[in-house]
Design a protein around this ligand. Structure first.
Ligand code: ADP
Ligand code: MG
Length: 345
């Protein structure tokens, strides 16, 4: 007589994975998401509340940044860039979702760990140079402050300061206070300060926003130096779309989510000349959501819902109503069939 629960057989016709197994599978997928990435944002949400008004600054943002990458972040004003940077810097905490930097779970840090995280895991650069430097200290003294707080010995402090001032080309400003430096020199010193405790990640929120074009290029070059020579993973916010021309990868944030990415690919032409070109991608999150750019949806009158058709090798997206012939849009599928590449109507 059997008393235990009925067990499914192990034969080929055994039932598919049960709810428990699916659940475990989803948990595994969640915990392995971005396992080797330096920066992981998983469905990050930040809601500001105050005066009874709720602002959803981040609305389920997903982002992975690999170790050693220099990544640009662009987006309109108010799209959530600073909110994201402040969370990654440990200055603010997410309302929901997870953020992990260099293996540190930012939602789970206690006060002491948070301080240690901000002191030595990340370096942060503000847009306003006056926020980055203490006005009554010299360039050299500013760079040594984080090391003093981190209890680095004097000999090592001097060695690191000299190296950083050299690498960021501000050695000539060593004994000057910020008011006797140019805007570019101030921001390059700010980068040296941010790098003083040898962080794994450097976060820069519009570090060139207040600089003229030539000086901005100079500060950007300094961030590239930090990335290539010192091996720091860099995330830099810029209001300037030209940033995409300078980095391998640029991520655009729209309405609190990552929407579009540009990747620069190196190609070699038939004459052996290496050229670079940027390819634009839409970001698909883990739930399969893709944001269609307004420039593409508006001319087709796409709103509220669209029709999808799976085609061999691609997916077609159609407006739910066929556009009027006068609008010159493509024929809707029920009229002419999908306009597959290479298909003649
Ligand atoms: P960005 O840096 O891309 O310009 P922010 O992250 O600063 O955007 O802001 C995103 C949204 O959150 C905006 O609508 C902004 O007004 C709002 N916001 C930012 N900080 C706060 C705050 N401390 N309290 C309330 N709302 C805020
Ligand atoms: Mg901002």
């Amino acid at each position: 007589m059997t008393t235990g629960p009925a067990r499914p057989g192990n034969g080929a016709d055994a039932p598919a994975a049960g709810i428990g197994e699916l659940d475990a599978e989803m948990r595994r997928a969640r915990s392995s998401y971005g396992q080797d990435a330096m920066i992981v944002c998983d469905q990050l949400v930040r809601i500001y509340t105050g005066d009874g008004i709720e602002v959803q600054a981040l609305q389920g943002l997903d982002l992975l940044v690999a170790k050693g990458e220099l990544t640009g972040v662009v987006g309109a004003s108010g799209s959530g860039k600073s909110t994201l940077m402040n969370i990654l810097a440990g200055l603010d905490t997410p309302t929901a979702g997870a953020a992990r930097v260099a293996g540190h779970d930012l939602a789970a840090l206690g006060p002491r760990e948070r301080l240690a995280y901000r002191r030595s895991v990340v370096g942060f650069i503000w847009q306003q140079s006056w926020r980055n430097l203490l006005p009554y200290l010299t360039c050299r003294q500013n760079v040594s402050v984080p090391m003093r707080l981190g209890r680095i010995g004097r000999r090592e402090r001097v060695r690191r300061t000299d190296d950083l001032l050299e690498a960021l080309r501000v050695a000539h400003c060593a004994e000057r206070t910020p008011d006797r430096m140019s805007g570019g020199e101030q921001q390059r010193t700010a980068i040296a300060v941010a790098l003083a405790n040898q962080p794994r990640v450097l976060l820069a929120d519009e570090p060139t926003g207040e600089l003229d074009t030539a000086t901005a290029a100079d500060v950007f070059a300094a961030l590239q130096t930090a990335n290539t020579d010192l091996g720091v993973t860099v995330l830099v916010v810029s209001h300037d779309p030209a940033v995409a021309a300078r980095v391998r990868r640029t991520v655009a944030i729209r309405d609190g989510r990552t929407s579009t990415e540009w990747l620069r690919h190196a190609t070699t032409d038939e004459f052996g000349n290496a050229t670079q070109h940027a390819v634009e991608y839409a970001v698909m999150d883990r739930a399969g959501r893709v944001q269609l750019p307004r420039e593409m949806t508006q001319p087709l009158g796409m709103r509220d819902r669209v029709r999808l058709e799976a085609e061999p090798g691609f997916i077609a997206v159609w407006p739910d109503r066929p556009p009027k012939p006068a609008e010159g849009g493509p024929a809707a599928p029920e009229e002419a069939g999908p306009a597959a590449p290479g298909e003649v109507g």
